[in-house]
Structures are given as structure tokens and as C-alpha cells.
Design a protein around this ligand. Structure first.
Ligand code: PMT
Length: 400
């Protein structure tokens, strides 16, 4: 399973005021059970002491290459050899210049040279003028040519008072980059279309019919697919989630809007996953003005919305993989099996919505994967873990 748990990360910290943010990243990594070993440059120890990172990781922090202070035999080789990836954050202009020139003048630079074949991620953080200087731009370009992953800094107010690019990104963006660098790119080359969230069906200017979908499941599918190398388009109903980085997000409100956007994009997609909770019905008439209590009708006339998934199943092109969801509170496998056959799908994710920790709104989910070979129940997982398990299964279907 992909994720940060158990991943060995050699974390290089260099001398910038942004070390305080790096400490928060290391804390977040340890919370996700990554195994973090920190190398600090001497300049970094002027900003915070080794003790900070030792306390956060419960591991010795490495600074020196020679002498009594060396904490591990042959540290300049062994630390990189044991790591799954090297992450340098913050990376100063000086360290970037040293790495670009293949210097081996301290433990961090030497470890990077010794990390043959391991992914090296560089997160520049510095004053905006230093960052935009042609020398730094050239050095960053050289790092890219060497195969290092350079993550652009955020722009904004900097610690020195200037404004511009040079801020270390927030953890969420850094985490995505780290996960993408650590996980297999088994969806590379795939064009994935995902739907998420609820739809809203307008009754009058104040009211609508909708459901409890938060979009969490569909957004987790989009994030994890992007990480695994896919080009992702996410068509989502109204939710209060941030757009996943690197994903093209199309915001819609009603089922009919979702229908238009999905059908229009479907022919370019190699994999379509429909996790949205689309309203089956809409009010037969959307009132122009708010319906007054005194004139409320006794009953509400409804009209059927188009079944997007069924339409996709009728018109799928050869080689396109089509995945539906089925929100069920009972007879999960039977209902999912029926949808699989009736809608001409490759896989149905039967979502148990009977408990508090699963289905609508929850952060965790309990799903069973139903394909033409049978049913594969998964344990209760975070929605991100469930998304990864769904992609694992899809990858096996693609390979068939
Ligand atoms: O968003 P969250 O809070 O994270 O919750 C996740 C979820 C419970 C919404 C999600 O995991 C889920 O189960 N989504 C499908 C919900 C649903 O509408 O199920 P259904 O059995 O009614 O629909 C079956 C399938 O047909 C779904 O793929 C649905 O997208 C699709 N459909 C339904 C109606 C319609 N008019 N058009 C469709 O394409």
C-alpha cells in the first residue's frame, strides 16, 4: 500500500529561517509513521539546535562528516544507502549551488552524491531576489537535469519583509510531492475522469434537494491517482474541500450540469470513476421566487435526472475502463453486481453507508470491490487508503 508509513526519509535541513517549518514537516512525517533521519548543515544548527530534530524523530541528528561527532560509521554513504528518498527542506541558495556543482564538502552534499538511484527532492526557500537570480535559476535547472525533483516555492510575504517567490510550501503540498515521489507511477499515461460530491437540484431561490456527500471519497481518488502518475480531471458537485494539487477541477451544481461536463470529457478518458452521489430526481419545476409557507403545495412533483453512468456504459469506447459506485445500506454485493451488469461496467465499489464511520461525510470508508470475477471486501480504511486500494485493483484490471 502506498503512503508514508514505514518509508525511510533522509531529511536534509539547511540554514534558512524556514527551518521552523521543516521542523513541523518532520513532526507530521513522524506522526504518519515515516522513519525520518535528519542531516543538518552547520548553518542550519545556527537557527535551531540538533536537539529539536532529535526530539521530533527520536533519532540522532547528523551534522559532521569527520571526528568524534560522527554518529554512524561511514555516515556519508550509509545514510543515503538506507533511505527510500532524500528530501532537502529548506534548501538554501548556497546548498543548491553546492549540489549543482557536485560538491562533497559536508555530510549532506556527500550523502546526495552517494544516493545513486534514490529520488532526491529539493525544496528551495530563500529571499525572492536570491531565488530569481540567474545563478540560482541556472543551478536549479542543473539539479533538474541531474534528475533531482525541484519543488517550486510558494510566493508571498517573506521573513525578510520582501514579497515574491521563496517560501517553503505548506505541508499539504509538500506531502503530495513526497508521496508522488515515493509511490509507484503505475497510472502514468492514464487519463482519468473522476466525479465527486453531491449535486443540488434547485427548488426555489432559497431551497434545493441534495444529499450528504462531502466529496471526500472522490477527492481522495483524484489525489491518489495524480500521485500515481495519472492526468486527472475531477468533476465535482458543491463541496467545501480544497482542489487537489495538479488536478483539473470542474465545479458543477446540478446533475444535468454534471452530465454535460462528464459526457463532453468522456471520450478522452481511459479510466472513468463515478463516485459522485448524483441526485436521481429534481423538482419538476424550479420556482423563480421563494415559495411562501402559505402557498406550499401538498406534494412535490419530481422529474428523473439523466443516469450519467448508464449513458457512459452504453457509449464506452474499446479499452476504456468504467467504474461505478453503489451506496448501499444492505445487500451490498447483490446490488453492486446488478449495477455492474446492467450499466456495462468493469468494477463497482459497493459503499457500505450503514455505519457512522463509513460512507457519507466520514473520513473512513468500508467498501467491497465487485467485478466480473467476484467480490473483494476491504477493511475499514481511511478514504485515502481506500482510494489507493481501489486504484490497486483498477491497475490489475487495466493489465488484463
Ligand atoms: O462524498 P463522501 O462524503 O466522501 O461519500 C462518499 C460516497 C458515499 C458518496 C461515495 O463513496 C458513493 O458511494 N458514491 C455513490 C453514491 C450513489 O449515488 O450511489 P447510487 O447507488 O445512487 O449510484 C450508483 C452509481 O451511479 C454511482 O456511481 C453514481 O455516481 C451513478 N449515478 C447515479 C445517478 C445518476 N443520475 N447518475 C449517475 O451517474
Amino acid at each position: 500500500m502506498t503512503g508514508l508509513q514505514g518509508k525511510k526519509i533522509l531529511f536534509g535541513v539547511t540554514g534558512s529561517i524556514a527551518v521552523f517549518k521543516a521542523a513541523a514537516w518532520v513532526h507530521a512525517l513522524v506522526k504518519e509513521e515515516a522513519l525520518v533521519t535528519v542531516i543538518m548543515t552547520r548553518a542550519a544548527t545556527r537557527f535551531v539546535s540538533e536537539l529539536t530534530f532529535e526530539a521530533l524523530t527520536a533519532n540522532p541528528v547528523h551534522v559532521e562528516m569527520f571526528g568524534h561527532a560522527v554518529r554512524t560509521p561511514m555516515a556519508h554513504i550509509s545514510l543515503a544507502r538506507d533511505a527510500d528518498c532524500i528530501c532537502i527542506a529548506p534548501a538554501t541558495a548556497n546548498t543548491i549551488a553546492r549540489l549543482a556543482n557536485g560538491m562533497a564538502d559536508d555530510l549532506l552534499a556527500t550523502s546526495v552524491l552517494a544516493a545513486s538511484g534514490k529520488p532526491v527532492m529539493v525544496f528551495p526557500a530563500m529571499n525572492c531576489n536570491m531565488y530569481m537570480h540567474p545563478a540560482t535559476r541556472d543551478n536549479l535547472q542543473r539539479l533538474r537535469e541531474l534528475g533531482y525533483i525541484v519543488v517550486e516555492p510558494d510566493a508571498g510575504a517573506l521573513a525578510c519583509g520582501d514579497e515574491g517567490p521563496g517560501r517553503l510550501p505548506e505541508w499539504d503540498r509538500a506531502r503530495e510531492q513526497l508521496l508522488a515521489c515515493l509511490c509507484q507511477q503505475d497510472l502514468a499515461g492514464q487519463q482519468v475522469l473522476i466525479t465527486a460530491g453531491p449535486t443540488r437540484e434547485v427548488l426555489d431561490p432559497a431551497r434545493f434537494l441534495s444529499n450528504r456527500s462531502s466529496g471526500k471519497m472522490g477527492f481522495a481518488l483524484a489525489r491518489t491517482a495524480r500521485r500515481r502518475g495519472a492526468k486527472v480531471v475531477l468533476v465535482t458537485g458543491p463541496v467545501s474541500l480544497e482542489d487537489p494539487p495538479g488536478v483539473e477541477v470542474v465545479h458543477v451544481t446540478s446533475a444535468r450540469e454534471m452530465y454535460e461536463e462528464v459526457i463532453q470529457r468522456s471520450s478522452q478518458a481511459s479510466i472513468i470513476v463515478k463516485s459522485a452521489a448524483v441526485a436521481d430526481f429534481r423538482p419538476a419545476q424550479a420556482e423563480l421566487h421563494k415559495v411562501k409557507k402559505r402557498s406550499a403545495p401538498d406534494s412535490l412533483a419530481l422529474e428523473a435526472n439523466p443516469d450519467i453512468l448508464a449513458e457512459l456504459g452504453r457509449n464506452r469506447h474499446p479499452g476504456q475502463l468504467l467504474v461505478g459506485f453503489a451506496a448501499e445500506s444492505r445487500d451490498h454485493q447483490e446490488e453492486a453486481g446488478r449495477k455492474l451488469r446492467e450499466k456495462n461496467l468493469d468494477l463497482v465499489v459497493a459503499n457500505d453507508i450503514s455505519g457512522e464511520n463509513t460512507g457519507f461525510g466520514a473520513d473512513t470508508n468500508q467498501v467491497t470491490l465487485v467485478d466480473h470475477q467476484g467480490a473483494h471486501p476491504l477493511p475499514l480504511l481511511s478514504k485515502e487508503q481506500a482510494a489507493d486500494r481501489i486504484w490497486d485493483h483498477i491497475v490489475t484490471l487495466v493489465a488484463k
